[in-house]
Design a binder for this molecule. Structure first.
Ligand SMILES: O=C(O)CCC(=O)C(=O)O
Ligand SMILES: [Fe+2]
Length: 386
């Protein structure tokens, strides 16, 4: 309703002004053909000379540039991530209270725990996992993990000494048998503006449980980054907001050999899977009875564009200009990126509506509409907020 009203206002405003770009004009740059940039993903930066805690071995660093990923099974000290799990429990509690207050659930399932409370909430109110995914609250424990010395030392090896946190970070709320949290094949660049191809963005994929084939670990198409190219994706997969890279495009455009290159990455609790933004990956369905929680956190060079549609800045995390540099978390922690994404699409973002949208939906052909793409079917002529 609110959306329709806003659209009507916009149309009348538009008639007053001249030359308002149509949404297709405004997003035309997303469709421009791009030159491949293989060296961005295959060229190792100068390596730090100092030995630091957590650093990868030379062969692990080389693997990252050769295969597009590296899996480090015992990265964190035992129990380092326990505080992060506790923070997740608090977030689940927050969402349960919100839903309860809104009258959407009758039982907050306070007797359930990390492995199953969200699943019970999801059964009572379908979409709770999506609501939590999109909440975008960055608790102190997540901030501390993102700026963990060991992780930044690895990022320094793979990105360089100047490091910024990328605004796209996620808590994956992968409840059992849930299409909404099963992420199909994609390159992360496909969610961003084409300029993101010019900059290597490092992801640390950090499971908060032992992630395995049964509960839906990740698969990576080894070497699929080497062409330095973002292949054609389509939108949106099934009933989700995800873009999708077909196996055909992986083979034809990225040179992936489906028989040899697909690597299933089981990551034990305490391990980390490092990925770049051009290597294709997907997560398998969670066929277990526990929630496969994970966090994905990203870094890149601060002086390069982050490709996030000018919606949110990166945050400086380490600089060699100031050894005592203190991260300013204010903007990263207090701006809800889902809200900004949805506003860019002129989509209402009701916290308790399990819908997610974003400008990436304008980059690729929509081959399948669902509730997440609904805003794209409207008659708005400009995507600018009044
Ligand atoms: O955790 C998942 O299921 C998908 C993660 C992913 O695509 C990413 O971290 O880029
Ligand atoms: Fe991804």
């Amino acid at each position: 309703m609110a959306k329709r009203k806003r659209q009507a206002n916009k149309t009348s405003e538009k008639s007053k002004k001249q030359k308002v770009p149509t949404k297709n004009e405004e997003y035309a740059y997303l469709k421009e053909k791009q030159d491949p940039m293989p060296e961005v993903y295959t060229k190792k930066p100068p390596q730090p000379t100092e030995k630091k805690i957590g650093q990868l071995t030379e062969s692990q660093v080389n693997q990252f540039f050769d295969k597009g990923f590296v899996l480090v099974k015992d990265f964190f000290a035992p129990h380092r991530l326990d505080v992060v799990r506790e923070a997740v429990n608090k977030l689940v509690d927050t969402v349960a209270n919100k839903l309860y207050k809104a009258g959407k659930i009758q039982n907050k399932h306070e007797d359930k725990g990390f492995n199953d409370r969200l699943t019970h909430l999801e059964k009572e109110f379908k979409g709770t996992a999506v609501i939590l995914h999109k909440m975008g609250i960055l608790p102190k424990e997540f901030q501390d993990l993102w700026s963990d010395e060991k992780l930044l030392n690895v990022a320094e090896q793979l990105v360089g000494p100047e490091l910024a946190g990328h605004p796209v970070w996620n808590l994956r709320t992968k409840t059992p048998h849930n299409e909404q949290t099963t992420v199909p094949w994609h390159q992360d660049n496909a969610y961003l503006e084409p300029c993101s191809l010019e900059v290597m963005q490092l992801t640390a994929w950090i499971p908060l449980v032992d992630a395995n084939m049964v509960n839906g670990c990740m698969q990576v198409a080894s070497g699929g980054h080497k062409k330095g190219f973002t292949a054609k994706h389509t939108c949106c997969a099934g009933g989700t907001w995800y873009v999708q890279l077909s196996e055909e495009a992986m083979v034809d455009e990225l040179g992936v050999d489906l028989k040899k290159d697909i690597v299933t990455c089981e990551v034990p609790y305490g391990g980390v899977l490092f990925l770049n933004n051009a290597v294709p990956h997907q997560s398998l369905e969670n066929q277990s009875e526990i929630i496969r929680w994970s966090l994905d956190l990203r870094w890149q060079k601060p002086d390069k564009p982050n490709g996030f549609y000018s919606l949110k800045d990166s945050v400086l995390m380490r600089t060699k200009k100031d050894k005592d540099y203190k991260i300013n978390w204010d903007k990263m922690a207090n701006t809800d990126r889902t809200k900004l994404q949805m506003e860019k699409l002129d989509e209402d973002n009701d916290d308790l509506t399990p819908e997610i949208g974003g400008p990436w939906m304008k980059r690729w052909e929509i081959v399948h509409h669902n509730r997440h793409t609904e805003s794209l079917q409207g008659n708005t002529t400009s995507w600018h907020k009044a």
